[in-house]
Design a protein around this ligand. Structure first.
Ligand SMILES: Cc1ncc(COP(=O)(O)O)c(C=O)c1O
Length: 462
């Protein structure tokens, strides 16, 4: 199928407001139309092919263009494309998927509420927390604690819980009276000089305790955290941090919401990362993305039997007045079931355990380049941070858009990475091979070298 790129660009520019659209840039440059996908590759409307090391947006876990997925989706659409999930109706894929998720989830997280994506799963978690605290007679327990630089989505509540300064421009409004942000576990950037990793963790745990004391533990309802921060710059917390923050929650009757929208469904080699990678079972898990590998929009909130027992108290006469027309959408749930079946059959989690450490190790070799301050990440969730001066860790001016400069060169070399200010972030499909890793690392090296040459030519680097 051929596409007229100019026409698509014009239609898009004239009528389509994009998420995170930067108006001044978009007006001139528009957006790159992606026409096709095949495994780890995307193909634009002019036929150029790129290795998509971003996996869409942390979501293309099983690879693009799978016939089996298309068939499962088509079959479900023909069989029953939509049924209301409200009150006392359900559908077959939703019931089966809820049971499958309960089987895969850690601990007693046996209950599932389906949403349209990650943000609505986070919103649902917040509404359920309010409901739960009211039901158990603790109506004052409503404050939420999260972290600077966290990302939890883009609805009003999810964006307010998130803490990325760049995502809180002053033109938007946010909930601020009941949401509080702690420091985040970036040892490279945030630890005081001379502080060991263990001391850094102690300081973060103490900050959490202090915040609870300030607000009163009878006022704090829940703590939201990504096991590894994604959009905030792939921050792998130091050893013991996640578990100790969980223990603080336990001590103060605070619900722990693990936002696993990125980390679930294989990115770290497990169905869910909280217990398997970090050794604790949260009270709630939000997930989306890899749940359906982006073949259909779908998210879910998983929550414990303990919470369920409060909601479901006998003879309460209550109604859980929350939900979406497309909660448990049959076609999306059928896609998720097939996606999980493929991951199991092809042992993709094992591939991540094998190829992931190789990606970490090979990418680390880029640290010999003069503008690479740190390469970090775990398995198939990785990031390169650029600095002007390695010794002082000084950053380039934001206007320079260093991550974008590198990713523009990488694009031209056939590699898609995600630029976030000083960073290039990657979350490739779980099907990635060792040869793919070699291509990604050598191409990114080339893109960084070309960027260094540009900076020198422009007198911006010695
Ligand atoms: C950790 C986390 N939570 C929530 C979301 C929001 O998910 P969605 O964009 O599907 O609403 C994202 C999206 O990137 C995310 O990374």
């Amino acid at each position: 199928m051929s596409h007229d790129t100019q026409t698509i660009n014009r239609l898009d520019k004239d009528h389509h407001l994009h998420p995170w659209q930067i108006f001044d840039v978009f007006r001139d440059e528009g957006a790159l139309p992606i026409a096709r996908g095949e495994g780890c590759y995307i193909i634009d409307s002019d036929g150029n092919k790129y290795f998509d090391a971003v996996g869409g947006l942390w979501c293309n876990n099983i690879g693009l263009g799978r016939k089996e997925m298309a068939e499962a989706i088509a079959e479900q659409a023909l069989q029953m494309s939509y049924a209301s999930p409200f009150v006392d109706l359900t559908n077959i894929p939703a019931a089966k998927l809820a049971a499958k998720l309960a089987e895969l989830a850690p601990g007693d997280l046996n209950r599932v509420f389906f949403t349209c994506g990650g943000s609505t799963a986070v919103d649902t978690a917040l509404r359920m927390i309010h409901y739960y605290q009211n039901c158990r007679g603790k109506p004052d327990k409503k404050h939420i604690i999260s972290r600077i630089n966290s990302y939890h989505g883009s609805t009003y509540a999810a964006m307010s819980i998130g803490g990325k300064p760049g995502d809180h421009p002053p033109e938007f409004d946010y909930i601020s009276d009941t949401i509080h942000h702690l420091g985040y576990p970036n040892y490279y950037r945030c630890a005081a000089p001379g502080m060991s990793e263990a001391e850094f963790v102690d300081s973060l745990v103490q900050e959490f305790e202090d915040k609870i004391t300030e607000l009163g533990s009878d006022k704090v309802a829940a703590y939201f955290a990504e096991p590894i921060m994604g959009a905030g710059g792939v921050i792998v917390p130091p050893e013991g941090y996640n578990k100790r923050m969980y223990e603080v929650c336990q001590r103060h009757d605070i619900l722990y919401v693990a936002d696993e929208v990125v980390t679930a469904f294989g990115r770290l080699g497990h169905w869910f990362a909280s217990e398997a990678e970090f050794g604790f079972v949260p009270d709630m898990i939000t997930c989306a993305k890899g749940l359906s590998s982006g073949y259909q929009p779908l998210g879910a909130l998983l929550f414990s039997d303990t919470i369920w027992a409060v909601l479901d108290a006998a003879d309460s006469g209550r109604c859980f007045a929350h939900g979406f027309t497309y909660s448990g959408h049959p076609v999306a749930c059928a896609a998720a079931l097939k996606n999980i079946e493929i991951m199991e059959r092809e042992r993709l989690l094992d591939n991540v355990k094998e190829v992931g450490p190789y990606l970490e190790q090979q990418l680390k070799t880029l640290e010999d380049l003069p503008i690479v301050g740190q390469v970090r990440g775990r398995k198939l969730m990785v990031c390169v941070e650029y600095v002007k001066d390695k010794a002082t860790k000084a950053l380039f001016d934001e206007e320079l858009d260093i991550g974008k400069r590198v990713s523009n060169h990488a694009d031209a070399l056939g590699l898609i990475t995600r630029a976030i200010v000083h960073l290039n972030v990657m979350s490739p499909p779980l099907t990635m091979s060792r040869e793919d890793v070699d291509f990604v690392v050598s191409t990114l090296r080339q893109a960084i070298e070309l960027t260094i040459a540009d900076l020198k030519a422009e007198g911006l680097l010695d």
